[in-house]
Design a protein around this ligand. Structure first.
Ligand code: ATP
Ligand code: MG
Length: 439
């Protein structure tokens, strides 16, 4: 049954949803009192309307950067060239204040802009109707020239103006479209979809950093990245940007993709790299750790992130049986090293995913994971650093330092993994004596 439209009710709801924090309100008031029209814009307005507050409040203003710098005591020139000044209000977080802008030169990689005088100009250069809403927190007025509110309510993602042109101006918008559609469960409007599919190959000239950041935003913020990632695949963007991934999945049969994105959904967004790992696992299976490294280097992931993803995609082998010997569990934990907890979370996600098809296997996996987690909580010695003897003890024993040392310590660790009680100086040195006598 249709709910009768009541403007009053809509206004009240919006007001409640768009409750702007006092510190931000103070910044708006200072600018308005100085004669500069100022609005809250962008993600925070969209998220507020959706009832998901939490984004940073960005302001758009007629004031020029130098006016903003003059009006506030504490400012940071976060992006003066694009008209953005960071204002640090008393008792609040940094608020980005950006002068109204308008696109001038379509460039493809990033639109060139100039300052403008009206909020309408500023909204017209924004990418999607749902991102082109402005809220005036003093006048309690919504400015919505492109019907973004109706699109939000109807769950539609639509480009502002001519979709083709908007994607030609800035190819990053293609990635953003799919990220927002996935994140907010929006259906991409037909014209916008057709336009982004037509332009998808042009995204290859975006910088590696921007592509990587988009990917990380999907796995780092979306509770269910499978939707945005599914749109990447359906639109052909996956093949355009990550051809090796697309090929690896294509070769593994239709279930492989569903499995990988299903795992990403079930892993915590607090560990974005772990969520990426199931997507890179087919690459590892395809060409080993090297192909994972090549992929991540191309996207300019840091060395630390790359190393971690190689460790995660390599894994630590099958989980030992829950009722098996403790030594097998400690050996598994030793192989997993610093990734033990992450790899166990991954196995648990696998179990949840498999549960519907094969409950017995899933239960067995859960039992194995629990046993390993218990073993980990007992803080067993898993590295040579935890041994009760070190290099110095070996020197005292008359042994010469060299590569043999590391081997000897590894061998001692094997003993301790088998039997934690052996990690005692006397016992370990007795092993050393026996081994060196044998040699
Ligand atoms: P989130 O920060 O949650 O990813 P957001 O909407 O805040 O979402 P930002 O990248 O922070 O996205 O950008 C803020 C606003 O600036 C957007 O809502 C949009 O109006 C505008 N915007 C950002 N990038 C573009 C772009 N490439 N083209 C046009 N408008 C853009
Ligand atoms: Mg934002």
């Amino acid at each position: 049954m249709a709910v009768p439209f009541s403007p009053d009710r809509v206004e009240r709801t919006l007001e409640e949803r768009l409750a702007v924090p006092a510190a931000v309100l103070g910044v708006v008031r200072t600018l308005e009192d100085a004669g500069f029209e100022t609005w809250t814009v962008g993600g925070a307005v969209r998220d507020g309307v959706l009832g998901r507050p939490g984004s940073d409040w960005d302001l758009a203003t007629r004031a020029r950067p130098r006016d903003v710098q003059r009006l506030f005591r504490r400012t940071i020139p976060v992006g003066i060239d694009h008209g953005t000044v960071g204002v640090l209000p008393r008792g609040g977080r940094l608020v980005e204040v950006t002068t109204f802008r308008r696109d001038v030169v379509p460039l493809g990689r990033r639109a060139v802009v100039e300052f403008a005088d009206t909020i309408e100009d500023d909204l017209a250069r924004r990418d999607f109707t749902i991102n082109a809403l402005a809220w005036h927190p003093l006048r309690l007025e919504l400015r919505d020239p492109f019907d973004g509110l109706a699109d939000l309510r109807g769950r539609r993602l639509r480009a502002v103006g001519d979709a083709d042109q908007r994607f030609v101006e800035d190819h990053l918008r293609i990635l953003r479209a799919l990220r927002f559609a996935g994140r907010f469960r929006l259906t991409v409007d037909a014209d916008t979809w057709d336009a982004l599919v037509r332009r998808r190959d042009a995204t290859r000239d975006l910088s590696a950093e921007r592509i990587r950041e988009e990917l990380l935003k999907i796995v780092g913020a979306d509770p269910r990245p499978s939707r945005a990632l599914g749109l990447y695949r359906a639109s052909g963007l996956l093949a355009a940007l990550f051809p090796e991934l697309d090929a690896a999945f294509a070769s593994r049969g239709p279930g492989a993709w569903t499995h990988a994105v299903g795992l990403a959904d079930r892993l915590s967004r607090r560990d974005p790299l772990l969520r990426l790992a199931p997507l890179l696992a087919p690459l590892h299976a395809w060409g080993g750790g090297e192909s994972v490294v090549t992929f991540l280097t191309r996207l300019r992931f840091s060395n630390a992130d790359t190393d971690r993803l190689v460790r995660l995609t390599r894994g630590a082998g099958a989980l030992p049986a829950a009722d098996g010997a403790g030594a097998a569990r400690r050996r598994w934990l030793h192989r997993a090293g610093p990734e033990a907890a992450a790899l166990l979370a991954w196995s648990l996600a696998e179990a949840r995913l498999a549960h519907d098809m094969d409950a017995t296997t899933a239960r067995d996996t859960v039992a194995r994971v629990c046993a390993l987690r218990r073993a980990l909580r007992a803080r067993p010695v898993l590295t040579v650093g935890g041994l009760a003897v070190g290099g110095r003890d070996l020197i005292q024993r008359g042994l010469k330092p060299g590569p043999g040392f590391a081997q000897l310590l590894e061998r001692l660790l094997e003993q301790v993994l088998d039997d934690p009680a052996a990690n005692d100086r006397e016992t370990l040195l007795r092993f050393v004596d026996t081994w060196t006598e044998d040699a």
